[in-house]
Design a protein around this ligand. Structure first.
Ligand code: ATP
Length: 562
């Protein structure tokens, strides 16, 4: 039109607009039209930018929400979830799968919708110009779609394989580095390298196959279009119909420039969605499984106490003035036949300390987990001053401090490890000081280069076993819990360290109520009552003198093991 302005008169619509516009010459009409097209083009660019911006904003907001939802679900999941869960999988879900969900599902889905509308718009425009040619093009595109659809199972398979191999690679890395001391000393680096090699190879195969498959729609369409253009051109030349040839060719050219990119993008996105269906299932099933576990825990709490949901939510502080009673507590691990605990009954007065001893596997840790409210008993009850702890588990847990065998230390300062979970500005220096003294950590603080501000390294690698355990004691004291449940470290502590740990525990006698799972008898001499567990039952109980000393005198057993 710019080259041949008079061609405006050949189009009835254009000449109508020209006459309606009231411009004095065809040239100025073309200039105004050009300006209008340029403005339209910029409007389209801005609109497309706004749509893309919205898609990204919306999708990454969903990513944030999903990541938080997953984290909340993991944090509120019942303890039984962790008995089966694998941390590598939890990490994989929280990062890779959530990213995948955002990039390959959310963004893809929104792009799919926008591409769909663009395709419909172009097809309508083309159909307006030449219905038959457009119908032919649409059929060709649909045939490509049908052909590509044959690979849907492969795409799902690639997605599943890629996700599983990524999760396995994290697991391998976790195992190799988590036990790096053992790996180095045993010299089994090759073992882990081979496992990593297997997973990396599996991943590289599926990811390259997937990307290759994703190229197919575009290549296929280009091939089909070129074949058709050449076919049509030859046909029209043979028929000597150059007028129709130009119009059909122009339709095909416009379709190639505008429709093929949109359509191939549409199919690529469909491929991505299929590929990510595993991610969707995985996240959905994970959240569902946690929800079900929470629901069964909740129904246990409601049933055992005939409570309404509002009672369970009430966050009133629980008072502990007299005693804790375990009444016929029975616990069975999910999927097992024999209960790990059989009708355990005992009572513990405020300020007193008791110890559980027994062979490995006798149920000591399980009992501690039930007392901590992490495992829900199959039957029986735990009461504090005649109030069931299941009335308000959170307030019960607010009374209890837990010192596990292996203390979880964060890669941060001693101060932050003791005041675990408390923001810096809320850390009480006096309380911190008192807990350090009571846990016999003063010497350690003096030795550390930056005192309480010294970083302990990941999992506290810069501390000895005994020091770690005392940090655990200090942590519980800082949080001012009235009842201490201590799973004594099984690892052999040197006698000096052992004395310090024992001293720390002893100094708390009378002020704190203590439940100790003992692995060394020397640390429980000060306990008021000792229970002997065997196959989940209490088989004997009494003072240290009754249970341990007399037993040793009778059997002459080693005083250093429980
Ligand atoms: N997650 C679990 N699933 C199924 N059974 C379990 C699970 N954890 C422990 N058990 C079983 O419950 C029983 C009690 O185990 P528990 O860990 O309480 O013993 P323990 O006395 O603390 O042993 P140790 O002194 O070696 O720590 C054992 O028979 C054990 O095999």
């Amino acid at each position: 039109m710019a080259i041949k302005p008079e061609s405006i008169n050949q189009s009835s619509r254009l000449s109508q607009i020209y006459h309606l516009s009231g411009t004095d010459s065809i040239q100025s009409f073309i200039l105004i039209l050009g300006l209008f097209v340029a403005i339209l083009f910029y409007v389209k660019l801005i609109l497309s930018w706004c749509i893309q911006r919205y898609i990204y904003k919306f999708s990454y907001h969903q990513l944030k929400k999903l990541r938080l939802r997953l984290m909340n679900a993991y944090l509120s999941a019942p303890f039984t979830f962790y008995l089966k869960a694998n941390t590598a999988n939890l990490l994989h879900n929280s990062f890779h799968e959530v990213n995948n969900f955002c990039n390959d599902i959310m963004i893809s889905l929104l792009k799919l919708i926008s591409e769909f509308f663009i395709i419909i718009f172009i097809v309508i425009l083309l159909a307006y110009t030449d219905a038959i040619a457009t119908a032919t093009i649409t059929i060709l595109l649909l045939l490509t779609l049908l052909f590509y659809n044959r690979f849907r199972k492969k795409l799902v398979y690639f997605g599943r394989e890629a996700s599983q191999s990524r999760a396995s690679a994290i697991r391998v890395l976790n195992h190799a580095l988590g036990g790096f001391k053992e790996t180095r000393i045993i010299g089994c680096e090759n073992y882990f390298q081979e496992q990593m090699d297997e997973q990396a190879q599996r991943y590289s195969y599926v990811i390259s196959s997937y990307n290759t498959l994703q190229l197919l729609p575009r290549l296929l369409m280009e091939g089909i279009f070129i074949t058709f253009i050449i076919g049509f051109t030859s046909l029209f030349i043979l028929l000597n119909d150059s007028e129709n040839l130009t119009s059909v060719l122009s339709i095909f050219v416009v379709a190639s420039i505008r429709l093929i990119p949109s359509f191939s993008q549409f199919m690529t996105v469909m491929g991505k969605l299929r590929n990510s269906s595993y991610t969707l299932n995985r996240l959905y099933l994970e959240l569902k499984a946690i929800e079900q576990l929470c629901a069964s825990n909740h129904s246990f709490l409601s049933k055992s106490n005939s409570l309404s949901a509002s009672n369970l939510a009430n966050n009133q502080a629980m008072h502990f003035a007299r005693q804790i009673v375990l009444d016929q507590v029975t616990y069975r691990y999910p999927g097992t036949d024999t209960p790990a605990l059989h009708e355990i009954s005992l009572s513990l007065k405020k300020g007193k300390s008791i110890a559980f001893i027994g062979k490995s596997g006798s149920g000591k840790t399980t009992l501690a987990d039930v007392i901590l409210g992490l495992l829900m008993p199959e039957s029986g009850d735990i009461r504090v001053d005649d109030q069931s702890i299941y009335v308000n588990l959170r307030s019960w847990q607010n009374l209890v401090g837990y010192i596990p065998q292996s203390i979880f230390l964060i890669d941060d300062t001693l101060e932050r490890n003791i005041a675990f979970g408390v923001p810096d500005h809320l850390i009480d220096p006096k309380r911190l000081d008192n807990s350090i003294k009571a846990a016999q950590l003063e010497e350690l603080v003096k030795q550390l280069p930056d005192g309480i501000k010294t970083t302990l390294g990941e999992r506290g690698v810069r501390l000895s076993g005994g020091q770690r355990q005392r940090v655990g004691i200090a942590r519980t004291l800082y949080h001012e819990r009235e009842i201490l449940v201590m799973d004594e470290a099984t690892s052999a502590l040197d006698s000096e360290t052992e004395t310090l740990v024992t001293e720390a525990i002893k100094s708390l006698s009378g002020t704190k109520t203590m439940i100790i799972i003992a692995h060394r008898l020397s640390t429980i001499e000060h306990c008021d009552w000792v229970y002997v567990l065997e196959q989940g039952r209490i088989v004997k109980s009494g003072t240290y003198q009754d249970v341990v000393v007399e037993e040793q005198m009778l059997h002459g057993s080693d005083s250093h093991s429980a």
